[in-house]
Design a protein around this ligand. Structure first.
Ligand code: COA
Length: 416
């Protein structure tokens, strides 16, 4: 079976998380991804958060599957020459260096265009053009500047960041879409182009509903599905933190289940979806709410939501989260157990679909990773281990046309 991106060659000049997320996806879709790493040290994440001495960290291995690794000192003249050869022979360069680093290295957009006018140059930066464009950015900075932190957490607590890496991996996903779109356009124009995904923009895109709410708040002064409304609190000028309230038109909350006193994840997310209100009332033994005008309509329920959730919780606390899920699903009542990472890692259905994959690594042995979350029916993903530092340097240079002697000379000079 062919792969969707077979024949596309990527010069992967990425490091840490955001860029590698993007190029890993492209590799899973069949692109030949050549990761260019600093000679001697490689991507800094190889050594970060190590759980096994001298083995590439899970941080690195889980973001760099299906790639080839070459080492190259791109600040030395002969290293620059190798990079130029790579630029001439690749379709896409992906980079997420600090702003200006590529220019300082001598590889401006104009220079890259001279070398290969078809080259697509894709970048992750912290910010787009503007007052902060020169700033270095990591995950949580993006969550804070993209609107996620100010809208996450509880009303009476500080802003919160989320465990989902929406700044890094979220931006990598955005960049991947930009790249395949630019490749598609190149089919018609024959030209490359620059692709930029700024982390602030990507986070804001994922926080779109909160900008919606900001404008609703400014127009009406109130948002009835927010817990502040139910609790009779006043709204300020900006979208407040909504705790675990549902972001959509159907109210929801996290409810305790059996065992919550000792298990921090014995909770279920419960949605009081309007079409199944009658079923909800029957399941929890409050059939009188079906016709009671104080509860019968979504509008009547809005000021009573926290009381309703507390009543449903009295019922959920008598059952495990999985029992609650089974019972509510029988009635088509939307809900979801709070799954711990341990439970997710052990979930057989995720193994069967390839969303969780066990990979064997020559130094660290077997480990679990998240496989390709995007499934194509005609381009299957086989997850292969991440490369060792410089594992493919000779192979790639030979493919680029370098003789064994030339490769030996570059090694002697410590360029590779
Ligand atoms: N050979 C020689 N030098 C190399 C090289 C190579 N193969 N690869 C990179 N370098 C150099 C760069 O040219 C740069 O040199 P310069 O500072 O002299 O111009 C240097 O290595 C460091 O790169 P930089 O990107 O500044 O790394 P950093 O560790 O200081 O900063 C980030 C890390 C993530 C903060 C920064 O890269 C950044 O803001 N990136 C954009 C946003 C982003 O992706 N953030 C999310 C990270 S998950």
């Amino acid at each position: 079976m062919t792969k969707a991106l077979e024949g596309v060659r990527i010069l992967d000049f990425t490091h840490v998380q955001s860029g590698p997320t993007c190029t890993q996806l492209l590799a899973w879709f069949g692109a030949d991804v050549i990761k260019v790493e600093k000679t001697g040290e490689g991507d800094a994440t190889r050594g970060q958060l190590r759980d096994i001495q001298d083995a590439d960290s899970l941080y690195f291995t889980m973001l760099n599957h299906n790639k080839r690794s070459i080492t190259l000192d791109t600040k030395k003249p002969s290293g620059k020459q190798v990079l130029e050869t790579l630029i001439k022979q690749c379709d896409v360069m992906v980079e997420n260096f600090a702003p200006g680093a590529l220019d300082r290295m001598g590889f401006t957009w104009e220079r890259i265009q001279e070398l290969n006018p078809k080259m697509i140059v894709a970048s992750v930066k912290g910010f787009g053009p503007g007052p902060y464009e020169d700033c270095k950015v990591y995950e949580n900075v993006a969550q804070c500047t993209g609107g996620a932190a100010s809208t996450t957490g509880f009303d009476d607590g500080p802003p919160m960041v989320t465990g989902a890496q929406i700044g890094d991996s979220g931006t990598g996903l955005h960049l991947a879409l930009g790249i395949v779109t630019a490749l598609y356009q190149r089919e018609k124009t024959g030209r490359g182009q620059k692709v930029l995904a700024a982390m602030q923009d990507a986070v804001l895109n994922l926080c779109r509903v909160k900008l919606r709410d900001q404008q609703r708040l400014e127009r009406t002064g109130v948002m009835e599905e927010y817990p502040q409304f139910t609790e009779g609190k006043s709204f300020g000028a900006a979208v407040p933190r909504a705790g675990n309230a549902s972001g959509g038109g159907q109210p929801g909350w996290t409810l305790k289940c059996k065992g919550w006193q000792t298990d921090p994840n014995a909770y279920i997310y419960f949605i009081a979806q309007a079409p199944v209100w009658g079923s909800i009332c029957k399941v929890i033994g409050r059939e009188e709410w079906i016709t009671d005008p104080d509860y019968a309509t979504p509008r009547a329920r809005l000021p009573r939501l926290m009381e309703i959730f507390a009543t449903v919780e009295e019922w959920t606390k008598t059952k495990t989260k999985f029992e609650v899920m089974d019972i509510l699903n029988e009635y088509d009542i939307p809900c979801g157990p709070i799954l711990s990472m341990k439970e997710i890692a052990e979930e057989p259905s995720l193994r069967e679909t390839g969303t969780i994959v066990e990979v064997d690594h020559p130094v660290r042995g077997k480990y679990l990773t998240v496989g390709n979350p995007i499934k194509l029916s005609d381009s299957a993903t086989e997850v292969t281990r991440s490369p060792l530092l410089g594992e493919h340097t000779d192979e790639v240079l030979a493919q680029l046309g370098y003789s064994a002697e030339a490769i030996a000379a570059l090694r002697e000079e410590r360029v590779i």
